[in-house]
Ligand binder design. Structure first.
Ligand SMILES: [Zn+2]
Length: 468
């Protein structure tokens, strides 16, 4: 399997340790609000990455952090902590805000049928690891203390900014004039922010430099190393993380431990909504609840997300949700065929067609997660077999195919139930009516079935039903 590594700007083969373990760290949510579609796109893309690695025979170990402290409003070192700000506006403590949105997030992972991350560490519970990382940097001379905290001196790291190909002089010149005048370089960032003398924060800890809280970038470096070691195989996040967050994570980890942080850096591109940038003023920060309010199953969202490759700009709109909904219906129709096989006959040709499709899907995903192409392969087989006669002998092959598709795309097609007895009865009645030429009754029964969510297709060898 190959992935496009942001640092080398090239496709790189995925590597594993001797026992096949691939360590993956993806930057998770800041738990101060409901995640919006842009967040879910990135998270779902990493879910597909993990599922693909597993299908490829690797043993992924996935860490996704929960940011509950230190992420400032500006994403840099300016402004208030996002959680502290929300807590103030909701008259709650930062811990209450974090608990609420963390529970929501974990529940939402289940609703979206995520493969469970192996670890979901919270920044606030790994203060010790973060402090020892700062101490390591301090020992090596990468830090300095100013009035509001401990900072990382980016001038000390020769290749600082290599991930984003930052033009350091350009950044210096372009820095806003109001940036903290005690900072040595515009790109320097806080490792530890001190609580001002006259303040008390909900979230603050003692440290060798005084009471305060860790910088946002620090948690990822510290928890990544704590759970996965260094270097890890794959580090993933949104492209908005490249210039600051990942640049600084990389700078901390590489300076502290003299080796690369990650072998492959993977970045998920932005999404637009109806061609426009997501923004508060356009009120287009859709949440999962907005998707469900429009009547969509969340599996449709999975398919919508996977219909665009992770490193391409994706436009979210209701037309593409409709297309994803039709795609899910076609796959459900194929899954329903498990319950309506048609007697004796050879299965070889169909079995090999299903097998070939799985191989093609695997090849497309192994090619830098080309999920749109992989889904096209599924469309081809689902459409091609829609009206084809399937003998009983196809059953184990079809069941295995559906299971594998579920493993990779998380669509729960295997969970589709057979007809209920009363639906079966209507279907049999309809067959009998058509047998004796009573097409009026046949049509009425078709409508009745349709009202109950079952569509019927007439073929040369009888009726085929599928969920609508
Ligand atoms: Zn991170």
């Amino acid at each position: 399997m190959k992935l496009r590594d942001t640092l080398s700007r090239q496709l790189q083969p995925v590597t594993a340790d001797d026992s096949g373990v691939v360590s993956v760290y993806s930057c998770g949510p800041t738990v101060y609000d409901y995640p919006h579609l842009g967040n879910w796109y990135a998270f779902l893309r990493w879910d597909l990455l993990i599922r693909t690695l597993r299908a490829d025979g690797f043993k992924p170990v996935w860490v996704m952090n929960i940011t509950d402290v230190g992420h400032l409003v500006s994403d840099g070192d300016e402004g208030e902590d996002k959680l502290a700000k929300k807590a103030r506006s909701e008259r709650k403590t930062a811990y209450e805000v974090a608990d609420f949105y963390t529970s929501y997030f974990l529940e939402a992972l289940k609703r979206l049928n995520f493969t469970a991350p192996d670890h979901l560490p919270k920044a606030s519970q790994h203060i010790e690891q973060q402090i020892s990382l700062i101490e390591e940097l301090e020992k090596k001379g990468f830090t300095y203390l100013i009035d509001d905290g401990v900072y990382y001196d980016t001038a000390k790291l020769a290749d600082y900014g290599k991930l984003a190909k930052l033009d350091k002089e350009g950044v210096q010149a372009g820095a806003r004039v109001e940036f903290n005048p005690q900072k040595r370089n515009a790109t320097d960032f806080a490792l530890w922010k001190l609580t001002p003398a006259n303040q008390v924060r909900d979230m603050e800890w003692d440290s060798p430099w005084g009471k305060g809280f860790p910088g946002w970038h620090l948690e990822c470096s510290a928890m990544c190393r704590h759970y996965l070691g260094q270097p890890i195989n794959i580090h993933a996040g949104g492209i908005d993380h490249i210039p600051v967050h990942h640049t600084n994570e990389l700078a901390q980890s590489e300076a502290a431990y003299d080796r690369p942080l990650a072998k492959i850096w993977l970045h998920s591109d932005f999404i637009t909504v109806n061609g426009e940038k997501m923004s508060k003023s356009l009120n287009n920060f859709y949440t999962l609840e907005d998707i469900e309010a429009k009547g969509y199953d969340l599996r449709v969202l999975r398919l919508a997300v996977f219909s665009v490759r992770y490193r391409s700009l994706a436009d979210f709109n209701w037309d593409m949700m409709e297309a994803a909904d039709r795609r899910l219906s076609r796959l459900q129709a194929l899954s329903a065929r498990r319950y309506q096989l048609q007697g004796a006959g050879e299965a070889d040709v169909l079995a090999s067609r299903l097998q070939t499709t799985l191989e093609e899907v695997g090849r497309e995903l192994a090619d830098d997660l080309n999920s749109p192409k992989a889904l096209e392969k599924l469309d081809e087989v689902a459409q091609g077999l829609a009206a084809e006669k399937m003998p009983d002998a196809v059953k184990p092959h079809l069941e295995a195919f559906i299971r594998e598709v579920d493993e990779i795309f998380g669509l729960k097609l295997s969970e589709l139930a057979d007809l209920r007895p009363e639906q079966r009865e209507l279907l049999d009645k309809r067959a009998a009516a058509r047998e004796v030429g009573d097409f009026n009754l046949g049509d009425r029964l078709r409508e009745e079935l349709s009202a109950g969510g079952i569509k019927v297709l007439d073929t040369d060898y009888g009726q085929i039903w599928r969920p609508s």
